[in-house]
Design a protein around this ligand. Sequence first.
Ligand SMILES: C[S@@+](CC[C@H](N)C(=O)[O-])C[C@H]1O[C@@H](n2cnc3c(N)ncnc32)[C@H](O)[C@@H]1O
Length: 326
Amino acid sequence: MLSDEERARYTARLCRLSDQVDVAKLRNTTINQDLFLILDYLPRRFVDLLFIDPPYNLTKDFGATSFKEMTSEEYAVWFSAWFARLLPVLKPSASVYICGDWRSSGVIQSAVDKHLVIQNRITWEREKGRGAKRNWKNCSEDIWFCTVSKDFCFNADAVKLKRRVIAPYKDENGKPKDWDQTESGDFRLTCPSNMWTDLSVPFWSMPENTDHPTQKPEKLLAKVILASSHEGDLVFDPFLGSGTTSVVAKKLGRLYCGIEIDTEYCCLTEKRLAMAAFENTIQGYSDGVFWERNTLAYQNGNTRNGNSATNQLALSLREGRTKYAK
Ligand SMILES: C[S@@+](CC[C@H](N)C(=O)[O-])C[C@H]1O[C@@H](n2cnc3c(N)ncnc32)[C@H](O)[C@@H]1O
């Protein structure tokens, strides 16, 4: 993924802390260190939005290091050891999002509840998951949405979902009821909910894909960042991985700072950040709205003959329901 020349170039850009540091030095940086070793060097109250995607309680290799599955009690101790020390970085108006799978999620909820206001639990339907013979396939993750106080930003209009209309109800004048008839199809803009079904994990064929084993989709970060920060705000990620949080923050005009222990992942982050200066699209987010999965043809306006199965379904439902259209 990285050439030797790239590795040398991007390593030179990485930041290392050996003492307390001023906010100005942290803006738009990737810190290549162990979070535990530098927590006390971070400034107070500099973060508007904190996104945390820690290793889940599973045995997994992350480049040169690995995480070993532990008991839930041990995971709770590990989580609280860094989480409580991280909190002073937050501004009083900050929002915090914390990812976990079903095994880690309960531990996260109890640890977080002691310190923050839990606003919601988002469920992300991750369509990729390993089938199991003696259990239900695991294809969801939780994202806890919390705030420091009751004073926080939430831009609901910035994260609307554009859905194809299956039941195109019309009002008494025969006009679309809460949906739009467009050249490329019929769509409705819906308010964001805590059930996220429009996200794909970054597949090998997607430009954002890297070698990181648990990379989050850029579209997921775009929702979080657009809903819970303003342009120019600082977004912080202490388990940065391949850099998705910083990359999307940059694409959306926010400041960023991230910490990652693995140098190779930090270099991938820097490469993605360099690319974001020229290519700031986010797959699944265009024209200021989020699109459902598998709607690339619609987003490109190329639908008259495309995606026929869905169009056929919409058409047949529409024909069957015209009598209810008033
Ligand atoms: C779940 S992954 C984050 C993936 C990331 N959200 C992305 O989109 O690529 C967790 C990351 O935390 C890093 N990590 C684990 N322990 C760490 C520590 N003590 N300090 C800094 N980074 C750590 C791992 O190397 C791994 O890349």
